[in-house]
Design a protein around this ligand. Structure first.
Ligand SMILES: [Zn+2]
Ligand SMILES: [Zn+2]
Length: 94
């Protein structure tokens, strides 16, 4: 139905399941979840400055952070820090 397409968008070209109006930087139809996956995949993985273990990317509150699974350290660059702190200031119910 045409109205459904208009309201919910078209199928995500990545997962081919979710309907979305989002587009990535290349103009491809991509749903929110897949966009996050792409964003994480695009980010360079860094070594932990503390223990030199390879850090993992994690997506928290619309912000990609570097998390070290070895020492549990979480690292952010300035841009990310702002996003993280901003998110942290918003109270979560419960
Ligand atoms: Zn998708
Ligand atoms: Zn570490």
């Amino acid at each position: 139905m045409k109205i459904i397409t208009w309201v919910f968008g078209e199928k995500c070209t990545v997962c081919n399941k979710t309907h979305t109006n989002r587009k990535d930087s290349n103009g491809n139809r991509v749903c929110y979840d897949c966009q996050i996956e792409q964003k994480i995949a695009a980010e360079k993985r860094l070594k932990c400055p503390k223990c030199s273990h390879m850090m993992e990317k994690e997506f928290i509150e619309k912000t990609v952070i570097d998390k070290c699974p070895h020492c549990g350290g979480v690292f952010l660059d300035d841009k990310e820090m702002f996003g993280f702190l901003h998110a942290a200031l918003i109270p979560h119910g419960g």
